[in-house]
Design a binder for this molecule. Structure first.
Ligand code: SAM
Length: 187
């Protein structure tokens, strides 16, 4: 069976993230991906989880407390400031996910934006370990979503083939701007 978008995003991470890794959730939202990453890296790993919006931080914090996990650092800031929060200059990321768009059930005017998203992606790729994977879940049906989608496709299609493999996964016969995945593997 073909996997749904979010299942496939997790499948990709499951295959590439290892216990003990430092990993990144660039858009914590309601904390689903953060918690998933926390389980993959285990007690010896760490999840750095960003969101610009207080409501998302609170929602993720609640999930962390309910699940009693200790390996997550929550950061209320924009993901394009990622490099300011990397614990040591030598830190390399074992994997990362950005679930783009707005927080479901919340203020739809707070959305990820092309400029900050591209800076954050560039910084994440710099910090990624060889064979590490950056997974983007691209929602683009909201105002501004189309611009972000186009900026991403333009930027990623120009990444050097010798250094990165870029995958696109999505359903072409779904109505209403279905989300799709862009996954970038550092060689
Ligand atoms: C689609 S939601 C993320 C869903 C989340 N991954 C989950 O598992 O629930 C997108 C999130 O990106 C956040 N966001 C928007 N711009 C951001 C930025 N510049 N830096 C970090 N987070 C941002 C929004 O506040 C929102 O919570």
């Amino acid at each position: 069976m073909l996997q749904r978008i979010l299942d496939y995003a997790h499948f990709l991470l499951e295959d590439s993230v290892h216990p003990g890794d430092v990993v990144l959730d660039g858009t914590a939202g309601n904390g689903h991906d953060t918690l998933f990453l926390s389980q993959l890296v285990g007690n010896n790993g760490e999840v750095l989880s960003f969101d610009i919006q207080e409501q998302a931080i609170l929602s993720t914090e609640q999930k962390i407390n309910e699940n009693n996990v200790k390996n997550i650092t929550l950061i209320q800031d924009s993901h394009d400031k990622l490099k300011n929060y990397i614990p040591e200059p030598s830190t390399r990321l074992g994997g990362a996910i950005f679930n783009l768009g707005y927080l479901p059930g919340s203020d739809k005017s707070v959305v990820t934006k092309p400029d900050t998203t591209l800076t954050a992606i560039q910084d994440t790729l710099d910090l990624l370990k060889p064979q590490g994977l950056l997974v983007l879940v691209v929602y683009h049906g909201h105002p501004g979503g189309q611009d972000e989608k186009e900026a991403l496709l333009k930027y990623l299609s120009k990444l050097e083939q010798k250094e990165y493999s870029v995958l696109r996964y999505g359903f072409v016969n779904q109505a209403n701007n279905p989300p799709f995945i862009l996954a970038i593997e550092k060689k």
